[in-house]
Design a protein around this ligand. Structure first.
Ligand code: RNT
Ligand code: ZN
Length: 418
């Protein structure tokens, strides 16, 4: 009955909770496979160092070591998250049957057949990412390398990934967002910034020369300001990625990760500008703590603000592709996955429960006192009751009802992985 009370309260603020719930159930949000195994993948030595300037920290027991374990863990996650999840895979998660290994430049759709079966059986679409890191062919650069054989290897990887993305989209009947990110950059001051960026641009063009249908495969370029070991320079800076995508309309869309900017910059402020010039954009939602630390996404101010911007700009109707991107190895990985995913869902629901039209009108009419008061008052609305009702309708546990399931899975499954 608390939901009915909440519904009334929101109604008296001009908000239809039923419409918000119904809308959110249609919005797909990508679930990244790499939270389950600390971004190690299955195609190379699992104990190799993670390269490309990213880092997982922590050694919580229970990391998934095989495709089967990862899929089991994902099933556990899927039981606990509401909404419309979509899988998000990295190329390094290829499954090689009967030991028939292939290097990244030789990957084939068949190496993702198992994942297609996994997604199909659960009614999920699938996004994809070429993996330009943690591999002996990183010299350490990839698409921007001055060494032609290195660059060629990674171009072939990118092209293979376009073919795999087409296969995923066709097999699952949902477009595949294919995100290109490289950790290419330099630790110390560059003597040449132009050269690597030119090679990166040319490599991307070569990758995109592989035939694909933009209604099925949506290549993105993700920018980044710095990473561990690439503190002074990244080839794929914000200007690089935006300019590249802007000058290749119908072929490439920009992807913003909210861990990839200077610490006082916020992605929530960037979304509207991009949507004025790009029909579609993509996002990686993460939580940077002092750097691009990829902590679990919280129901915090910036996550809420990003989601409000998505909603206010009409981004839920296919203009904004939302994906999660974080990896915490210091806590139960299933709980990390579930917490972050639920928090993005919460922030989206919270945004849908904001009387945005009224607030826009107050702003346009210059009634800033009223706007401030109303905005602050909305914060103490009974949001939790609507959230729990949303979970109930999605057939997943409400808040307070799922941590025991995680404990149980930890005791019976994760603890046995030694
Ligand atoms: C790294 C980027 C990139 C990766 C994943 C694993 O800084 O955010 O998106 O996190 O591709
Ligand atoms: Zn990212």
């Amino acid at each position: 009955m608390s939901y009915l009370n909440a519904k009334d309260k929101y109604k008296s603020n001009g908000v239809d909770t039923e419409a918000a719930i119904a809308k959110l159930r249609t919005v797909s949000v990508s679930l990244h496979c790499w939270q389950g195994d600390d971004v190690r993948g299955f195609d190379t030595d699992p104990d190799k160092p993670l390269t490309g300037g990213i880092q997982t920290t922590g050694n919580y027991p229970g990391r998934a070591r095989t495709p089967e374990e990862l899929m089991n863990d994902l099933d556990e996650v899927l039981k606990l998250i509401p909404g419309r999840p979509k899988m998000n895979l990295h190329a390094s998660y290829a499954v090689f049957e009967k030991g028939r290994w292939a290097d990244r430049d030789r990957l084939e759709p068949e190496h993702f057949e198992k994942w297609v079966r996994f997604c199909r059986d659960r009614g999920l679409g699938c996004d994809f990412n070429p993996t330009f890191f943690s591999h002996p062919k990183c010299d350490p650069l990839t698409l921007s390398s001055p060494h032609e054989d290195t660059r060629r290897f990674w171009i072939e990887h990118g092209k293979a990934c376009i073919r795999i993305s087409s296969y995923l989209a066709e097999s699952l009947g949902e477009p595949c967002i294919m995100n290109i990110w490289t950790g290419d950059g330099l630790k110390d001051n560059p003597s040449d910034r132009f050269g690597p960026r030119k090679r990166y641009r040319d490599s991307l063009d070569e990758i995109l020369s592989e035939p694909f249908d933009f209604n099925q495969v949506k290549p993105c370029v993700e920018s980044k300001v710095f990473g561990i070991g690439v503190e002074s320079y990244t080839a794929g800076s914000a200007e690089f990625a935006l300019s590249f995508a802007a000058s290749r309309p119908g072929k490439c869309i920009p992807l913003m990760d909210n861990g990839h900017y200077h610490p006082t910059e916020v992605v929530s402020d960037k979304i509207s500008s991009l949507l004025l010039f790009f029909p579609e954009i993509a996002l990686h939602l993460t939580r940077p703590v002092r750097w691009d630390s990829d902590h679990v996404v919280l129901f915090d101010d910036e996550t809420k603000e990003i989601c409000k911007e998505i909603v206010r700009c009409g981004g839920l109707d296919g203009k904004v592709h939302i994906a999660l991107d974080y990896f915490d190895a210091s806590i139960n990985r299933i709980a990390a996955w579930v917490t972050g995913y639920r928090n993005v869902q919460k922030a989206l629901l919270y945004a849908l429960l904001t009387p945005s039209d009224e607030f826009r009108r107050l702003q346009d009419e210059g009634r800033f006192t009223e706007l401030l008061v109303r905005q602050e008052e909305m914060k103490t609305m009974p949001f939790g009751d609507v959230w729990n009702e949303y979970c109930r309708r999605c057939g997943v546990p409400a808040d307070g009802e799922w941590i025991s399931e995680i404990r149980n899975y930890e005791e019976t499954v994760l603890r046995c992985r030694t």
